[in-house]
Design a protein around this ligand. Structure first.
Ligand code: ADP
Ligand code: MG
Length: 239
């Protein structure tokens, strides 16, 4: 990880008076209040946070919306998932009183959804359970895990939309939304399902969008679904 990253951080609307939090440089700086998280990072053997993680953690832990543009393999999963764990335990409504999941991650494919779930599960943080929902998967098992109070749902948009329409899952308590690899989700034609799902979750949510590229379709989706997002761009956009 010695690449020479070129990173830029900016606001969608520079007229908004948002103080962009300073990046962290170490895991300890980001998570000194969360020793269980630090311990697991240490177990993974990671030496230092990636550039997108350095920027994302303070932004997300302050509750801002964020757009993260960076290539594959730059550590975007941990960039959004560790703040998600912290978000879940800090919501004002007690965990056991919430109607359904608090965090929803939408991903383009089953493989990606499973990878994200695997990453979350490593942390075993405060007994937060995670369920992965995708087409062709065992529906009954997915439903059982949802009912077992999964607080993080990682899903492909098609199957989740079906579950939401059939009222198998109650998304009304979702206050942390991630659209992971938004460019790929749009390429796969998931925009209508994404838009329907969004109608079921909390309007006052925190939203994060990640993408490897920044084409017009992703821009307009971000403009519709995110509120005053901070843009974190790693590398060049080659525009
Ligand atoms: P992306 O979503 O940007 O494609 P991932 O989040 O899938 O990237 O991460 C790619 C790989 O890098 C994973 O195997 C992950 O465990 C590893 N990784 C994440 N953060 C770090 C880090 N700070 N240092 C070293 N490896 C990391
Ligand atoms: Mg990823």
């Amino acid at each position: 990880r010695e690449e020479n990253f070129n990173i830029s951080v900016s606001l969608s609307n520079p007229e908004n008076a948002i103080d962009i939090p300073n990046p962290v440089h170490t895991f300890n700086q980001a998570f000194h209040n969360y020793p269980e998280i630090l311990k697991e990072i240490e177990k993974q053997g990671f030496e230092h946070p990636t550039p997108i993680q350095c920027q994302s953690w303070p932004i997300l832990m302050k509750g801002h919306d964020m757009i993260g543009i960076a290539q594959t393999g730059t550590g975007k999963t941990l960039a959004f998932i560790l703040p998600a764990l912290i978000h879940i335990v800090h919501q004002p409504v007690p965990r056991w009183e919430r109607p359904g999941p608090t965090c929803l991650v939408l991903a383009p494919t089953r493989e990606l959804a499973q990878q994200i779930e695997k990453e979350v599960t490593k942390y075993q943080y405060q007994n937060i359970r995670c369920v992965v929902v995708y087409g062709q998967g065992d529906k009954r098992q997915q439903i059982r895990q949802i009912n077992a109070k999964a607080e993080i749902v990682v899903a492909t948009p098609g199957r989740l939309n079906e579950f939401s329409e059939k009222e198998i899952i109650d998304l009304s308590g979702v206050s942390y939304l991630v659209l992971d690899e938004a460019d790929r989700m749009l390429d796969m034609g998931f925009e209508p399902q994404i838009r329907k799902i969004i109608l079921d979750i909390r309007p006052d949510r925190q939203s994060i969008l990640t993408s490897a590229t920044w084409p017009e379709g992703v821009r307009s989706l971000a403009a519709k679904l995110l509120k005053d997002p901070i843009h974190v761009i790693v590398g060049s956009l080659d525009l």
